[in-house]
Design a protein around this ligand. Structure first.
Ligand SMILES: *[C@@H]1O[C@H](CO)[C@@H](O)[C@H](O)[C@H]1NC(C)=O
Length: 475
């Protein structure tokens, strides 16, 4: 049981801290890391250690090492832990093999905007315990309000080139020192170590700005989406209806819960709630869940973007067909519906890659409405065009064969009646420009001469896209 002071402390932790994560850079340039050597092993007393001459690198050395010979780069540094160093072995090192030349690997191309090179956690402690959080690709890279961590007792080299002039974050920790002041960190960046660790066309800058909104903040990486997604290879999927989460580079099999909220919603508290109620259950052990505020563009009747609105996106993956994800999505929506008023949630719904969703009938109605509207718009357009042609407002280009079926419009009484009041229409530049028209495949070609006809019962047209003779649509 928690004693009252602990409870209070916990309460203040949850309420005081707005949503921000710790993001830790994974690769290092440590002497002791086997993956940094081309022979995939740390060199020993019979080996020749080779740092190529032009390599710009800051190497962290933890302990004492024996070497046969060492070739050093022109610019570079060793950061020696206390007690660390090198000594040359005279004669043979019995614990070492025959002796090889081993080269320190190149870390020149490792990019800040590569989501695979970061791990995220809610706190520093969680980072150390390995309680990592899953995020969509854009948010796997540090967001503007995140604390960036380069491991203590470790060095690195990162290319911070960005599509913007700077790479804003809240704070940066290097070699166990946390920088929170932007001027102090700019001084570090032009120090010897700073210049070897950070390179590229943009500089990391500290805003030291909390996300002031308890419901979460925009990550701010969408301007670098192209750069981020260029580093990602998408896996091939086996589910029926793959989903594309906002901020992710790849379609996924799983489920997405969309939550709309009101004042009082706290993203960090809600993330903890989901973790403690659901993610600890054995059946959800292999689940990856990422939760963040995203800005989704709103559409009216399925057409055109009409501004953006913030909502909470919960992406749930299970690495398989997505059945567990769907179960969890149902549980989360149920939980939101029964406790929504306490949590500040106004609405929650989900979509799963199996094709099911929390609002199936709604979805179908929407589609029917969309189709009916689409057909009405097409018919209206055809009537307007025919009317304009008949009125002579729009001229048929003389180089094109006239449409025989047009004569039937003249006989139609319905259309005749429309004639009077609407005399002046608009000039459509496309219809006055034969060269544009002749570039439209099939539209005015001879085989489609009969594509529009009018009978007593209505207007009939065949869609050239569905014409069986028309195979090459891209022409
Ligand atoms: C060694 O480097 C690899 C790749 O950069 C990294 O994944 C691994 O965690 C490092 N090993 C240690 C012990 O830090």
């Amino acid at each position: 049981m928690l004693k009252t002071p602990d409870m209070l402390l916990l309460f203040f932790c949850l309420v005081g801290a707005a949503d921000a994560l710790h993001k830790q850079w994974i690769p290092d340039t440590n002497y002791e890391n086997k993956t940094n050597w081309d022979k995939k092993d740390v060199p020993c007393g019979n080996d020749i250690v080779w740092f190529p001459a032009q390599r710009k690198v800051s190497v962290f050395v933890e302990t004492m090492h024996a070497v046969q010979e060492m070739r050093l780069p022109v610019g570079g540094e060793f950061i020696l832990n206390s007690g660390a160093g090198f000594h040359v072995v005279t004669g043979k090192d019995p614990g070492c093999g025959a002796g090889v030349t081993t080269k320190f690997k190149d870390s020149e191309s490792l990019q800040w905007f590569n989501p695979a090179l970061w791990q995220a956690a809610a706190t520093l402690e969680d980072l150390q315990l390995g309680n990592f959080l899953f995020s969509v690709h854009e948010e796997s890279v540090p967001c503007q309000h995140d604390d960036v961590v380069f491991k203590a007792r470790s060095s690195f080299r990162v290319d911070t080139s960005s599509s913007q002039s700077s790479v804003p974050v809240k704070s940066v920790s290097v070699l166990g020192k946390k920088f929170e002041s932007s001027s102090e960190f700019s001084w570090y960046l032009i120090s010897r170590s700073g210049l070897l660790q950070f390179h590229g066309s943009s500089a990391v800058t500290l805003r030291n700005q909390e996300c002031g909104d308890l419901s979460g903040c925009d990550c701010g990486n969408s301007g670098n989406r192209q750069r981020i997604c260029n580093t990602v290879t998408c896996a091939s999927l086996s589910c029926k209806n793959p989903l594309l989460p906002v901020g992710h580079c790849c379609e996924v099999c799983g489920a997405i819960v969309t939550i709309r909220y009101a004042t009082g919603f706290n993203l960090q508290t809600y993330r903890q709630r989901i973790r403690h109620i659901f993610l600890i259950l054995p059946q959800y052990k292999s689940i990856q869940l990422g939760m963040s505020k995203v800005f989704k563009s709103q559409r009216l009747m399925g057409i055109g973007p009409f501004g953006t609105s913030p909502e909470i996106q919960v992406v749930i993956l299970d690495g398989e067909e997505g059945t567990q994800s769907e179960d969890l999505a149902r549980d989360i929506v149920k939980d939101a519906q029964s406790h929504g008023s306490n949590l500040g949630i106004t609405d929650a719904e989900f979509q799963a890659s199996s094709g099911s969703s929390s609002d199936q009938t709604g979805g179908n109605t929407g589609m029917v409405v969309g189709v009916v509207f689409g057909v009405l718009i097409v018919i209206t357009l055809i009537i307007i065009v025919v009317f304009l042609i008949r009125k002579g407002v729009v001229q048929m280009p003389s180089s094109l064969p006239s449409l025989p079926s047009l004569s039937s419009f003249k006989r139609s009484r319905d259309v005749e009646d429309l004639g009077g009041p609407l005399d002046h229409g608009f000039d459509n530049p496309i219809f006055n420009n034969p060269s544009i028209l002749s570039n439209v495949p099939g539209l005015y070609a001879t085989e489609t001469n009969n594509s529009i006809s009018m009978t007593q019962t209505g207007v009939h047209f065949s869609n050239p896209v569905y014409d069986e003779n028309e195979t090459d649509l891209s022409a």
